[in-house]
Design a protein around this ligand. Sequence first.
Ligand SMILES: *Cc1c(COP(=O)(O)O)cnc(C)c1O
Length: 365
Amino acid sequence: MTHYDDLAPATRAVALGRPARDPGAPVSAPVTFTSTFVAEGEVAYARTSNPTWEALEEVLGSLEGGSALTFASGMAAVAAVVGLVPVGGVVVAPRHVYNGTTGLLDEREAAGALTVRRVGAEDVAGIVDACEGADLLLLESPTNPMMELTDVPAVVAGLRERYAGARPVLAVDNTFATPLAQQPLAWGADVVIHSATKYLAGHSDVLLGATVVAGGRVDLRERLHTHRSLHGAIPGPMEAWLVLRGVRTLHLRLERAQAGAQVLAGRLAEQPAVRRVRYPGFGGMLSVEVLGGAEGAERVCAATRLWTHSTSLGGVESQIERRRRHPLEVATVPEDLVRLSVGVEDVEDLWADLAQALDRALDSA
Ligand SMILES: *Cc1c(COP(=O)(O)O)cnc(C)c1O
């Protein structure tokens, strides 16, 4: 199976994960609905593998530069990585990460399974210090929803210098950036996590997750595969197929979303109702803090017509959300923070809708 390593990521997103070009073969990967396979083949039972997952895993592995496994959801992938930690082990994680990840770590800690050390995502020295005796460092960059960036290469260098062979497994949740913006494995991470539900699938119609393990860590891939099989955290073949179809246009969608986000970030910075814009300069996600506190933020979300007030991100349609409406969201996320997932609509339509919603918030502030 060729990985077309000499080709650009956009080309690989389109070309990989397809059946062999035999005369009469389908051009697109079929959805293989089966629970079992005829004996004496490579795979016996469909909780272990499925050809539709494999097609998607081929594409995701190539884009991240490692070996991919698909999971039932992003959280199933996070749980599999957290499952690498031995009982009584230590996990280091930023204070602001996806609230499901925070919730899972808190739940595991409360159960006595592990200890969590919280760090600032941007504090490289603090992260390296906290990794003394740790089993897993679980980063997310940019962080959700604060949009903080971790200098991953600097963290890797710090860990290597300080702990050599005894360093923790380094996992990076690459959901926000996507492999087109950054490839943590090339920076020295051991495993990348994705909520493919977001940009990879791109149409807000499916949940799926993935892990991608660095070439040198076959041991980790094996353990994650075992976890997936034994915990049954497997995606349906139809879900895998939907993500595979979505990923064919990842580069087009992301380019458009990013171009829109860059325009909007600039204009939002000039908007009187906006206190602060959090945009790392790339990607389609940004957060703003608005006047009027939690109520002001709620009013903005309620006043948009085009932007949908809903959770999740990375779809073709633009979404807006006040994150603190979730009880699980960390209390250090500002009450007035509104997260924006920029879709692929016309940017002037997006701006007009956002501007009128912000004006309304200002009127009643
Ligand atoms: C949504 C999300 C997850 C969880 O993914 P699901 O597919 O919803 O289970 C994990 N990490 C990040 C950064 C996310 O945005």
